[in-house]
Structures are given as C-alpha cells and as structure tokens.
Design a protein around this ligand. Structure first.
Ligand code: PHE
Length: 332
C-alpha cells in the first residue's frame, strides 16, 4: 500500500493542527483510505485475507500513533508561542520604581511639622466633615455674619459641611479643656475655588497656643512666626500687617519679602516686593466664651501648605500638585 508511506510522510511534515485533522479524516473518515481498505476485505480471497488484514491493522496503528505524537507536538508548540507572546518584560520602564523623596506637599508638611514639634507643639487632627458650630459659630462667625462669605463652603444637605479651614480643630481642642494648649493641626480643607492659585481641596496647618491668665500674647506669636518663616525661607524680611479675622483680635496677616525678586518687585509679588504667607492673631474672647474657657489667653495662626510649597519650589500653578504628572513629581 503505497499511500500509507505517503500519508506517514505528510503527517511528519504537517505543521498545523487543523491540517492534521484533515489528514486524519482522509484516512479514518467514512470514505477514508483505510476505511475503504477495510470494507474491501470482504472481496479478498480467504487465502490472502489474513495477511492483508494484518497489514491494514499495522498501518492503522502506525498512522494513529504518529497522529497522536504529532498532535501533542503541535499543541506544545502553540502553547510555547502563546507563553512567549504574553511574557512580561521585567526590564520595561516601571514608573513605580522612580526614585523620589515624596510629594512636594508632603515634603512641605514634614518641614513645617518638624519645626513646630521641635518647638514643643503637639499634633492634633480633626474631622474633614464638620458641623456649623465648630466651623463658624464658635469661631465668632454667627449665622448670617457677612464674614462667612470669606469661605465659599461645600455644604451637605443635613447641615454638615466640608471644613473650609483647619480652625475648627482650635474649638475641638479647647473644648477638651486641658491647659496649656500648644498644638498644630495639619490637614486638608475644602473651598469652592479653582484657578492657578486655588484648588477645591488644599491643605492648611493651624496653630494654637492657650494658657491660663494673660501669659500668652502677641509678642510670643510674633517671635515664633518670625523664627519659623526664617527657618522656612532663609534670609528674608518679615512684616506683620494689621488685618481682620472674626476669631482673633487683634489680627494680622504676615508678609515676607518676595523670594524671587528679593523685594525689588516682580510678577509673582505683583510688583509689591511682598508675599502674603499666613494669617494670625490673638484669640478673641468670644471664642473662649463659646468653649467655656475663663481667665485664659492665647494666639492662633493658619497657613496654606500649597502656598508654601509653591514659594519653596517655584511652582506657579497650584493645580499641578494634584495632577499626578510624573514630569513634576520626578523632580522631588
Ligand atoms: N482660618 C484662617 C483662614 O483660613 C486662617 C487663620 C487661622 C487666621 C488662625 C487667624 C488665626 O484664612
């Protein structure tokens, strides 16, 4: 049977599983070569039958075993190709392995916290979702007070709100009633603002010092803030400008000489030579009354962390801190 050798040859050369299947049908199908031979057996004389049948069975066996071997060989080939094509290239650029020392906002937080912890301040945290009393009422901003316009606040339907400043932590700390108080409170705050220098979520650090009698005064406040700003920005001039906050009296805003033009006047400082960096003041007596503290005195201050980071690193768009752009983050 010449065709048997031809078929065996074809199977050996076959390189596709589907071709292998048509070869199998060509031999074992209903009208397959071998099927035909077997049905022809009945026409063969009894003398030769046994020998032909043996030859057919041998052919059947060798074709079958070659088919099986070839099939698993081709299946393995397909599997290997698949594994090869899906292999992970571990040498690929991996952004999670970029060397950085942290986000510029965190770095700035750390520097600020380091300073005040060194000055014996404790860390205190408050809730981001606040109530009206702690955010405004107790801070001497009664309902309908026009000063509430200063903060365009995100309100929830149930009267709760996203805190627009860290000052509620002042109230929560004083409510605990333990003196002396010497805390800073870092954290996120929220206002309805979005432009080059405002983001709906940003960060503040609040400071509060309260002690009995009249022992804490504006001179203490001025002294520590001057030292702190020199620590943050180096050789700069500092001025306290009289201002207003409902929860402090007297109040001041603090300016530093522009670190970009050294006070000569430039675009960043709007040609004034000065940059405003924080708000502060002596705690208003109405605030002490709201929390039931008597015969005490204190000072408070609040600063924007993004503003400090922008000035420290010369970043001119505040929003870029929150865009997770690696080109910015890689630089830290
Ligand atoms: N809470 C004020 C603000 O967000 C900052 C401030 C804090 C001013 C404490 C005085 C004292 O603008």
């Amino acid at each position: 049977m010449k065709w048997v050798d031809e078929i065996l040859q074809e199977i050996k050369q076959c390189d596709q599983i589907k071709d292998l299947e048509s070869l199998r049908l060509r031999v074992f199908g209903k009208k397959g070569l071998l099927t035909n031979e077997f049905s022809n057996l009945k026409n063969i004389s009894d003398g030769d039958k046994k020998q032909v049948a043996k030859a057919l069975n041998d052919a059947k066996q060798s074709i079958e075993s070659l088919l099986t071997a070839k099939k698993s060989e081709l299946e393995e080939l397909v599997l290997n190709q698949k594994i090869e094509s899906q292999k992970i290239d571990v040498s690929l650029f991996n952004s999670t392995l970029l060397p950085t020392y942290g986000h510029p906002i965190n770095i700035t937080f750390d520097r600020i916290i380091d300073y005040f912890v060194g000055m014996d301040f404790s860390l205190k945290y408050g809730p981001l979702v606040e109530d009206d009393f702690h955010s405004f009422e107790a801070l001497n901003l009664p309902r309908f007070h026009p000063a509430r316009d200063m903060q365009d606040t995100f309100y929830f339907n149930d009267g709760m709100l996203l805190r627009p400043h860290t000052s509620p932590v002042q109230i929560r700390t004083m409510e605990e009633g333990r003196l002396p108080i010497r805390i800073i409170s870092p954290g996120a705050v929220f206002r309805r603002d979005y432009d080059m220098t405002h983001s709906p979520m940003f960060h503040q650090v609040e400071g509060l010092v309260v002690d009995k009698n009249r022992e804490v005064n504006f001179a203490n406040l001025k002294c520590i803030l001057e030292d702190f700003l020199t620590y943050m920005f180096g050789d700069i001039k500092i001025r306290f400008r009289s201002s207003f906050f409902p929860f402090t009296e007297p109040s001041a805003e603090v300016d530093i000489s522009c670190i970009f033009c050294k006070g000569l006047g430039c675009r960043v400082c709007s040609n004034t030579g000065w940059l405003e960096v924080l708000g502060c003041g002596v705690v208003d007596d109405n605030v002490f009354q709201a929390v039931g503290l008597k015969n005490v005195s204190g000072y408070a201050f609040g600063l924007g962390v993004e503003r400090f980071a922008m000035l420290s690193y010369g970043v001119n768009d505040l929003r870029s801190f929150f865009e997770t752009d690696l080109r910015l983050l890689e630089q830290f």
